[in-house]
Design a protein around this ligand. Structure first.
Ligand SMILES: Cc1ncc(COP(=O)(O)O)c(C=O)c1O
Length: 452
């Protein structure tokens, strides 16, 4: 900068023949000296332009990066992680024993299993249909077992392709928008609004009880809806879901309903889109919805990896072709079936004992949620969620969510998630997870108390 003092910085560009324009601008403006080390070899393959559109990092790895940076600066800090929604409680014995048995069997000639059906093992598909979709008109062959809901979101996007229009809740779990960008459904990112072109952001805040005001939403082909919602914790009511199903029917849209947190619903709100009134009598939601779900948060399978997607036979494209046939094609082409070990675990989760044990773990997390809701409220914070979901959504009017996140991390060594990471409407909020261990959750509240 000034006084003829030059700064020496070494820039390392992987595969760039020269530094990008923005960096060259700063180098020239501030008279930096620089070395460019070219690592690797530039092929003639162009980068996928959809990836170029994508915001630099997926939210959760970004949070981990902030965590590591904080630990690098404060190596003695005892970090409390209430950020990323990862489960912490052990998986009940009934379930791990079933997986262990499956593993042991693999070492025997009778028990060895190779590839299974791409759609999942029939006993598990039947049990999912019976346990979660009884009396809703869902058949076992409409359930596709997967390696998790996030992977199914991407497979669904491959199915939908680049020509559909989509609407998402704002704020929402970032995989919907990022995968929309990846398959080419989105326009450019508008820096000012933080929104991608061609995507309809359905605002969900306290003013509309965290559910989109459908009278203001234009028609789109696809509507992503997550209930209970990550991050706001709001579970859509019977009335809200019924309205959405009718809206989709009137517009000829498909709802992609994410029920990954359904097991946390406490107040009797619907646990599946296929349960909404009308479904049983006239099969309305069967004609307009796909549901993705997961064993991750329900059974602590975040690392084991197991989920499912329901595609009803009644759901048809505009030309009358059944969506289920295409989804089956995608699953056979892009996926080769979930691990048979995970599926054995899944079946054990749905056994009488396994399910009872899991309900106790879910109760434990929901007790954490209550402790957090009460504790944060007593600090004078405006708190939402935590009643039907393991997430607490805390409002800091007029403040930047990244600043609140950074301040809490710096002063208390507690990691949360800045609401802005879930969409522009998440500005002014942070998300706090109830998936921690009890003692750690209590310690977090103690630290926040003394910080304030
Ligand atoms: C709403 C929602 N859907 C899907 C997922 C991903 O689930 P899975 O672990 O099954 O991929 C998450 C994970 O946090 C989530 O919050």
């Amino acid at each position: 900068m000034g006084g003829g003092v030059s700064r020496l910085i070494t820039l390392c560009f992987v595969c760039f023949q020269e530094p990008p324009q923005q960096i060259l601008f700063h180098i020239h403006k501030y008279k930096y000296e620089f070395h460019v080390i070219i690592v690797g070899h530039c092929t003639k393959v162009p980068r996928n332009s959809n990836l170029e559109k994508l915001r630099s990092g997926y939210l959760f790895p970004e949070i981990s990066r902030h965590e590591s940076e904080h630990l690098r600066k404060n190596p003695d800090a005892s970090l409390i992680r209430l950020g990323i929604g990862d489960t912490t409680q052990p998986i009940p014995d009934t379930i791990t024993l079933a997986m262990a048995e499956q593993v042991r069997g693999l070492s025997t000639i009778q028990g060895y299993r190779g590839y299974g059906a791409e759609q999942g093992n029939m006993p598990l598909r039947k049990t999912i249909a019976g346990k979660f979709y009884q009396d809703m008109g869902i058949k076992a062959n409409e359930i596709f077992v997967s390696d998790g809901a996030q992977c199914d979101i991407s497979r669904l996007q491959t199915l939908l392709g680049s020509n559909v229009t989509v609407a998402v809740q704002d704020p929402s779990f970032p995989a919907y928008i990022d995968s929309s960008v990846l398959v080419g459904q989105a326009g450019e990112l508008e820096e000012e609004t933080g929104k991608y072109g061609n995507i309809i952001y359905m605002n969900c805040g306290p003013e509309n009880n965290f559910f989109p005001d459908l009278s203001t939403i234009p028609r789109t082909d696809i509507i992503f809806l997550c209930s209970p919602n990550n991050p706001t914790g709001h579970a859509a009511s019977w009335q809200q879901l019924k309205q959405l199903v009718e809206f989709a029917k009137a517009n000829g849209s498909i709802i992609v309903h994410d029920s990954a947190y359904a097991a946390y619903i406490r107040d009797g709100s619907p646990r599946s889109i296929f349960a909404v009134p009308g479904a049983k009598e006239v099969g309305l939601s069967l004609q307009v919805a796909i549901e993705i779900s997961s064993f991750s948060k329900f059974a602590g399978f975040t690392g084991v990896r197991l989920g499912w997607t329901v595609v009803p036979e009644e759901l048809l494209y505009s030309n009358g072709f059944p969506v289920i046939k295409d989804f089956n094609r995608i699953v056979c082409t892009c996926f080769n079936g979930a691990s048979n070990i995970a599926q054995a675990g899944g079946l054990a989760c749905l056994s009488t004992d396994g399910y009872q044990d899991l309900c106790k773990v879910i109760d434990y997390y929901m007790e954490n949620a209550k402790i957090l809701v009460d504790g944060l409220t007593s600090l004078g914070w405006k708190v939402y969620g935590g009643k039907n979901a393991p997430y607490i959504w805390v409002h800091f009017p007029g403040m930047s969510s990244w600043n609140v996140f950074a301040e809490i991390l710096k002063k208390t060594n507690i990691v949360t998630i800045p609401g802005r990471g879930f969409g522009p409407a998440g500005e002014e909020y942070i998300r706090v997870s109830a998936f921690g261990q009890r003692q750690i959750t209590l310690e977090a509240l103690r630290r926040l108390n003394s910080f304030l």
